[in-house]
Write a protein of this length. Structure first.
Length: 209
């Protein structure tokens, strides 16, 4: 299956990608990882991307799409792939189609903005070992310390203002992709407001797995 994962920050894309990777035996491809690999391997497109990044500029869509296409042509993507974090805009989605990259389904994880804010502002992690906690779903031990004895912190980008801005950017720039792929009959929507297990079951059912 050739799949695009769509959803706002905190919708559970990473968790669902992990489940689907194991179930389907296909790779989850992240744009950031792809770009770094192309630059590290010194491919023509990688060198081009590096020129833009070194100048502090955004890498143009056509270069990113070229790198995505290059990555998806490799042997480990022959049986399918999951794209996470790309495309982010309609021009990127159109460029992907124009480059001849076939997509079977676009899985859109739907969740209310206020639930996302609650999820992400409640996240905590151990500064020492990285163990995740959540003030509601996985409370910090009574000692106030991690089981390893480390300090529990809130990540700087998990404050409400930053989260609401990320959600706004998603609605403005990335969510319209859903309409683009819906017009091609590719979109499958799943409510991801429940538990991880409930969302897993809904995803498996929606994809007919």
């Amino acid at each position: 299956m050739k799949l695009i994962l769509l959803g706002p920050p905190g919708a559970g894309k990473g968790t669902q990608a992990e489940v689907l990777t194991k179930k389907l035996g296909i790779e989850t491809i992240s744009t950031g990882v792809m770009l770094r690999a192309a630059m590290r391997d010194g491919t023509d497109l990688g060198k081009l991307a590096k020129e833009y990044i070194d100048q502090g500029k955004l890498v143009p869509d056509e270069v990113v799409v070229g790198i995505v296409k290059e990555r998806l042509s490799q042997d480990d993507c022959k049986n399918g792939f999951i794209l996470d974090g790309f495309p982010r805009t309609i021009p990127q989605a159109e460029a992907l189609t124009n480059a001849g990259v076939e997509i079977d389904k676009v899985l859109s994880l739907e969740v209310d903005d206020e639930i996302i804010v609650e999820r992400l502002t409640g996240r905590r992690e151990c500064k020492a070992c990285g163990t995740p906690y959540h003030i509601k779903n996985k409370p910090v031990p009574e000692s106030g310390k991690c089981v390893c004895g480390g300090e529990i912190i809130q990540r700087a980008d998990d404050n409400e203002e930053t989260i609401r801005n990320r959600i706004k950017v998603y609605h403005e720039q990335t969510e319209p992709i859903k309409e683009y792929y819906a017009s091609l009959g590719k979109v499958v929507s799943v409510d991801s407001a429940g538990t991880v297990e409930e969302t897993n079951a809904a995803v498996i059912s929606a994809l007919g797995l």
